[in-house]
Write a protein that binds this ligand. Sequence first.
Ligand code: HPA
Ligand code: MG
Length: 214
Amino acid sequence: MAHGLQIRDEESGYNKNLFCIPKHYEEDLERVFIPHGLILDRTERLARDIMQDMGSHHIVALCVLKGGYKFFADLLDHIKALNQNGDKSVPVTVDFVRIKSYCNDSPTEKISIVGEELSTLNGKNVLVVEDIIETGRTMKALLSKLKDNEPKMVKVVSLLVKRTGQSPGYRPDYIGFEIPDKFVVGYALDYNEYFRDLNHICILKEKAKEKYRI
Ligand code: HPA
Ligand code: MG
């Protein structure tokens, strides 16, 4: 069973004034929760673990948009570095699906999956790259759609897994960090499309949830 770097429930993160934060978000953030540098360091190791397991055949890396795009880009940079410096290497091609399952800080009833022609995944080793898994509801919906196209293998890497009160419905094959049940933004994770343009993963102030509510 995969384990990520465990961040305890009591963890309060870091004083945001000790980091560089875009001016337009300064008022909105409570604390820096996972600094950008730590995200990149953990991602480097995930890339190594993934290549050890999957690195003998062509990989199709499937980015789950929009929240997964930063993690996807950095993970692929590390995989490319392994490919160009190691004794063996494999081709990595990319595909994208867009999923929307959140409005404000709550899950929506309907999960919409908009994507490429997923039939290109037939017979391939697919690595699904996701930003965050909470109940696993979205990932289960995506996996069942992928299975219809009969890929040879599907592995899932999620940067974050949230510990919620509910029993975990799904656990990915690779996990970056296991985090407490708090709403986080930054590093492409959003609140109603805001905060994707923030490097660190941060905790929002309650009043920011009001400010950007739709
Ligand atoms: N932040 C941003 N998007 C999310 C989260 C979160 O904490 N949980 C599920 N989608
Ligand atoms: Mg989102």
